[in-house]
Design a protein around this ligand. Structure first.
Ligand SMILES: O=C(O)CCC(=O)C(=O)O
Length: 175
């Protein structure tokens, strides 16, 4: 939680999600270990274009380089519908047309990378002998919820749950 609520992370998230931010416990929420020599992470987009904005945050425990298979993203892909499934299958990482549209994102140890999860992304083969570790977290803005109630799978990490869309306002229930 210390990493997930660090001001560097929350301040950056605020620019994309607004002031009321929730951490998702049922999406990502893991440590990723890419052992030396491990295969690529195939191309995927975590969310559909029409889904509520979900921001993936990667916090790097080790340096991430071209050689050890850093993440690559396809710029603008969170806004454009590419005619392929969310998780294209049956094509090697570097043979997929997405590879030629992508940019590598090397990161220093301790660096924090945020991206819209509707972006197509993947990671190349780790060509080194050493493991690469990172922490993967997912965040959404609370204001996009349909109801005001707290969701046990989401932890409010900044702001408040302000949306007043519930059909019976709470102050009427109290009287
Ligand atoms: O960190 C990586 O190597 C891949 C991360 C990824 O694909 C994801 O978070 O969905």
């Amino acid at each position: 939680m210390e990493a997930a609520t660090h001001p560097i992370v929350l301040n950056a998230l605020e620019t994309a999600l607004g002031q009321n931010i929730e951490l998702l416990t049922n999406k990502h929420n893991h440590i990723m270990v890419r052992p030396g020599g491990s295969a690529p992470v195939p191309w995927h987009r975590g969310e559909e274009l029409y889904a509520r904005t979900l921001i993936t945050v990667l916090i790097y425990i080790d340096e991430s380089t071209i050689e050890n298979g850093c993440v690559r993203v396809v710029p603008g892909a969170h806004q454009i519908s590419l005619s392929m499934p969310r998780r294209p299958k049956g094509m090697a990482f570097r043979e997929n047309p997405l590879f030629y549209r992508s940019v590598p994102l090397p990161m220093p140890k301790g660096g924090v990378l945020l991206f819209n999860d509707a972006l197509f992304h993947g990671a190349d083969k780790n060509l080194t002998d050493a493991s690469r570790r990172s922490m993967t977290l997912a965040f959404q803005g609370h204001d996009t919820h349909l109801v005001r109630k707290a969701d046990p799978e989401k932890i409010l990490v900044r702001g408040e749950r302000v949306y007043e869309g519930h059909p019976v306002p709470e102050h009427l229930l109290d009287s």
